[in-house]
Design a protein around this ligand. Sequence first.
Ligand code: BDP
Length: 716
Amino acid sequence: ESGIDAWLRYARLPSSATRGHLNSFPDRIVVLNASKNGPLASASSELHKGIKGILGLDLDVSSGGGKYCSAQKSIVVSTLDTYQSACGKLSPRPSLKDDGYWLSTKGGSVQIIGQNERGALYGAFQYLSLLGQGDFSEKAFASNPSAPVRWSNQWDNLNAATAAHGSIERGYGGPSIFFEDGLIKEDLSRVPLYGRLLASVGLNGIVINNVNADANLLNETNLVGLKRIADLFRPWGVNVGISLNFASPQVLGELSTFDPLDDAVIKWWTDKTDRIYQLVPDLAGYLVKANSEGQPGPLTYNRTLAEGANLFAKAVEPHGGIVVFRAFVYDQLNETDWKADRANAAVDFFKDLDGQFDDNVLVQIKYGPIDFQVREPASPLFANLPKTAVSIELEVTQEYLGQQSHLVYLPPLWQTVLGFDMRYNNRQSHVRDIISGEVFNHKLGGYAGVINVGMDDTWLGSHLAMSNMFAYGRLAWNPRADSRDLVEEWTRLTFGLDRDVVSTIADMSLESWPAYEGYSGNLGIQTLTDILYTHYGANPASQDNNGWGQWTRADRKTIGMDRTVSNGTGNAGQYPKEVAARFEHAETTPDDLMLWFHHVPYTFRLHSGKSVIQHFYDAHYAGAATVQKFPAAWRSLSSKIDAERYEAVLYKLQYQAGHSLVWRDGISEFYRNLSSIPDQLNRVRNHPHRIEAEDMDLSGFTAVNVSPTECASKYK
Ligand code: BDP
């Protein structure tokens, strides 16, 4: 069990789970009118493979028309149109949107009917998930996605050797499955496996290269390679997109300018786009990071971001493509900007552009105003672009959240944002309904998840982290899904049906985000990782006074960022009235965002009754104590999990237990030193559970002085 099949292992159910069901089980799979190598063909081969694995039954597969319509004991897979012309009206007629499906297991046969081929594939995967969980109950239901755009974003670099962070930016699962030495790899055998995983949770698009894009992706050799990748994803209903470097015409040495209004530039992009669509007629579109963190963009030529986006929108429009333009725009070199408040940047840059984007532009907004922190309010930009289609950007790769070395199950975090009500015009307007297009009536809208799988057999570098990828797809399909249900489903498919296994993994997962928030950054102060480079270990001192501007504004007496309108950066005022009023005042700001919006003394009393500093201490001890229990909880499953995955997960959980103590003590001591206010329970100097490094011997290592000292043990 290397992890390569993730939740699609199709492990044989125990006979106790299948008893009484095998004799009456359908004996054939019937596919109606599948296109060559399309999603319907995948649906049928996947059903065959899955049923063989799960139940040990080798079903016949046939393609054919009407004669099977009323056949008993068959699994019919089809699109709605084909089904109805071959077999007559489905009754009741299911109401299906693009990519939706109808699944019925009633009366001894199974119908899997997609609105399109992709929908049929999703229905097939859903059916296999039910079987894999031992669910043979009769049901009939329609299921539709919440939004049309449900994409993976990969931050893969073309050239592993020169990339600053390895071949995938913020990737923790090994090198790229797509690129090597500046080119698309010869061996793309991981691509269809990835496509299958994406399709199995309803994801329908992927951007394959880093948003910090290399213009060389556009050379002819790579475009031909892009076609090979697209051909491998297509059977899984996954359309490929690419990230663009805004300055490509200049970077590639073909033009002296990249001004988006220049005729030669427009022609360059039009020609390039036509060539790409010749090779990949169903390209999903382009993703653009412009004028952010040193990336080129239209502002260089005093053109607006909308003019920049529309340049590409016009090029892809005749081909049916879309442009996803990122709202993550800020300039870390502009001191006035970052000294003010980076959280204001997105609304400052985009609000006035509302209505200026072409119809096939989607503005992709990170979930919070800053950058994938452990706790952020929903980005106010969601409520500032009523005339623009928008999508949310979530981060499956755990950049600021333990980088797959810590178990942090993310759906509860994501749902704080998806379920946030912006009260636009004093009306109910949840973020999930804004990005679905419902609130402001847009056809486009949806989800991007920065996933960053790599060549590691576990895909993400950790078995347990895969629940985040699974749940991301499921939430993009249905953002109201229950986090616990999702991790339980994932666990059954990944580790089997044993009740202890399911409840232990689900319990740990649901405790993990609050625990991580507990031992990292509390009360909305942000994650407190090292901010300048790695974004990993505890480094509260690095948070202030740098161009990334993620400020704690902590001094000896006070802490937190004043983002009020009356006294601070005005960020609270970027929200619609009711919400703005709530965040403006500490009395109505929830504790978990107190330091995001307010600058207060360490002695400030929270709604909980605790002071800020005591909350820091308590949360750090409680968070670390929670994850101290994880290794033992996991050990209790030792006889129920294969050795390979058991050992790998145990190793990570033990590491997390240890690293949480480093976090706990680093942060607690830092703020105790700064505030001079001791922990009421006097734990900070006692360090329960801790073994000092200087009490250990590790051969082959030399002790060195460490800065900042919070990360050291006695300065070493
Ligand atoms: C930051 C990442 C950086 C990305 C950037 C982005 O640290 O690697 O390039 O976001 O999203 O969080 O563009």
